[in-house]
Design a binder for this molecule. Structure first.
Ligand SMILES: [Zn+2]
Length: 604
């Protein structure tokens, strides 16, 4: 009986486009990687959630292998996607924050497939994965990477920072149609379930009390559209398709509204479905623990392409058909808290336990307590000691990026920082590294999560021009932590926009007292003080900002004008000259320079 079944499977495999042509090797299968952002495993129908319809995911699971216990090592989009595309833990690939370039020493799945003759393209659903700004290096190996326009005229978030799932898949389909020949590797990123939750009709109505689910149902419909397209053009059956969530969503569990700060299952447990060519092993369910770092090794192994030298994941092929039954250790890492000055977290999930290394460490017995509510941490506990050694081993292998100049460090370009805020992400890059000894002295994120929720909602409100709501949320953060540099700086920026320059200057001064290395806050304070006519104050702030980051053209220009206001044409001249070195064609800087020179002449 078993032999008969194997025979049938073998016959199926041979029915491929090249089968009729004797001695001609069929082309390697198309590979489609579909990442669905912010997708909790327990909010998908085929994962046991009854309150939603996800027919596309369910159908793909019927045609393939569904992993019920898949975990991402990171609860943050860029970092998690980089782990999927490299098979490495965040500390191994080094992309632990937004805008950190992926080092060329780490080969990506795309590059490996490209080298083997694949045509490659990526279609992203949010500017957070834009390779020109917030995700440099992720486009390596792609023939086409569908970035966002550098300058968008629209005020709406659609097209400016986000694309609806249907838009993303239509762009992917157009590319497929224009490039029909050869084997393809196409990555499609559906951002929809990420907050703010605004599903389009009819999902907005059908899920009006559960808008997050509505976004998932909508993303599923976009996936369904894409799979339908592949079936129509005859590229579904022979394709290897992987669908995975990049991370989950807190939804208030452990008081976390969204994701990024904690490493609980609510944000690390994701759906993972693998459909093999010819629908091998249909409807298989794998209940053992696996990781999203296993995706690259699996694809590469399936295609017979040599594996990269260094990998943290391993091929899932042994699980296909049920031969392998062992759990794999899942590590978790988040440095996102560092952006706010809070301690980074590390976790190990193995043997039915989860250990979280934090200023106040945690240990959960996942069998008895799957929601991770009762902390059983004791330093003397043997599981704790063993897991602690494992965390230390991972840390010891961390990737050390080549040293960069102080000016380049810790300063995202202004444009990418604005985009981050519009997507609800906060805080500042740079500062402490997760491996620094001082991180153990930082506040435990468990004590700060209310602040993070407020900061996040303030960013979304601000992008939506709900200024009063943003201000209220930020003021509440300052009540919880009067020294929060993130809240003070945001409030300062907000008042700068509303035109309350005196208030803005005060908030920004406060932010800089806590974070004197924040060049952007100093620049904003200079702007605010200049508007109030406090030229001496503006000069001090701008000088401080430029000392930290010398190459800021707008700050140079403004400082030149401030010196004119201070009746100091000599220093004004210096600033306009420095500005012209940065932007030689600037008419404003040229005008300033001639004004400063005229004033000096008339003084003599
Ligand atoms: Zn994400």
């Amino acid at each position: 009986m078993k032999a008969a079944r194997i025979l049938i499977v073998c016959c199926l495999v041979n029915i491929s486009p090249g089968a009729g042509q004797a001695h001609k090797k069929p082309p390697p299968p198309d590979v489609f990687l579909i990442t669905i952002d912010t997708l909790r495993a327990d909010h998908v129908h085929c994962y046991g959630y009854e309150n939603i319809d996800t027919p596309a995911l369910d159908g793909l699971a019927r045609d393939g292998i569904r992993f019920t216990q898949a975990f991402t090592p990171s609860p943050i989009t860029n970092t998690s996607h980089t782990s999927i595309l490299t098979g490495l833990l965040p500390s191994s690939h080094g992309v632990t924050d937004f805008a950190v370039p992926l080092a060329p020493t780490h080969p990506t799945l795309t590059e490996l497939l490209k080298k083997n003759g694949y045509h490659t393209a990526a279609f992203i659903g949010a500017v957070i994965l834009d390779s020109k700004t917030l995700a440099p290096g992720l486009d390596r190996g792609f023939d086409f990477y569908d970035n966002f326009p550098a300058h968008s005229q629209t005020k709406s978030r659609w097209g400016r920072i986000e694309r609806r799932g249907m838009d993303v898949v239509q762009r992917a389909e157009a590319w497929m149609t224009a490039h029909p020949a050869g084997s393809h590797f196409v990555w499609v990123h559906l951002y929809d379930p990420h907050d703010p939750y605004e599903p389009p009709p009819p999902y907005a109505l059908a899920y009006k009390d559960r808008l997050y689910d509505g976004e998932i149902a909508y993303a599923d419909s976009a996936l369904g559209g894409f799979l339908g397209y592949l079936k129509n053009i005859g590229r579904y059956d022979n394709a290897l398709i992987v669908v995975v969530g990049d991370h989950g969503e807190g939804l208030g569990e452990h008081r976390e509204d969204t994701h990024g700060i904690f490493l609980y299952d609510s944000t690390t447990h994701v759906p993972l479905i693998v459909k093999l060519p010819a629908q091998l092993h249909p409807d298989q369910v794998v209940k053992t623990q696996v990781r999203t770092t296993d995706i690259l090794p699996t694809v590469v192994d399936w295609l017979g392409v040599p594996l990269p030298e260094r990998l943290d994941g391993a091929s899932l092929k042994p699980y296909f058909g049920g031969a392998e039954e062992r759990d794999r250790t899942a590590f978790g890492e988040t440095d996102y808290p560092l952006r706010f000055g809070w301690a980074p977290l590390r976790s190990v999930r193995a043997e039915g336990f989860k250990f979280i290394e934090a200023p106040r460490p945690e240990l959960y017995d996942l069998q008895a307590d799957p929601r991770e509510l009762a902390n059983h941490y004791q330093a003397s506990n043997l599981t704790v000691q063993k897991f602690r050694v494992m965390v230390a081993e991972v840390k010891a292998k961390a990737f050390a990026p080549p040293a960069v100049g102080a000016a380049a460090q810790g300063s995202e370009a202004q444009g990418s920082s604005d985009a981050l805020k519009a997507l609800g992400y906060q805080g500042q890059s740079g500062g402490l590294s997760a491996n620094a000894a001082e991180t153990s002295q930082l506040p435990d994120p468990k004590d700060k999560i209310e602040e993070q929720n407020l900061l996040h909602s303030a960013m979304i409100a601000s992008d939506d021009n709900r200024t009063d709501q943003a201000r209220q949320a930020l003021e509440k953060v300052l009540q919880l932590d009067p020294k929060s540099p993130t809240a003070a700086r945001q409030l300062g920026e907000l008042e700068l926009h509303t035109g309350d320059y005196a208030q803005a200057a005060e908030h920004l001064k406060q932010a800089r007292e806590v974070r004197p290395e924040d060049a952007t806050a100093a620049f904003y304070e200079g702007q605010a003080r200049e508007k109030t006519g406090d030229f001496a104050g503006a000069r001090d702030a701008l000088e401080a900002s430029l000392k930290l980051t010398p190459g800021q053209f707008p700050a140079r220009l403004l400082l030149g004008q401030v010196y004119l206001g201070l009746k100091d044409p000599k220093n004004a001249e210096d600033q306009f000259e420095a500005a012209l070195l940065l932007q030689p064609k600037s008419a404003e800087a040229q005008r300033g320079l001639s004004q400063a020179q005229r004033l000096q002449k008339s003084e003599h």
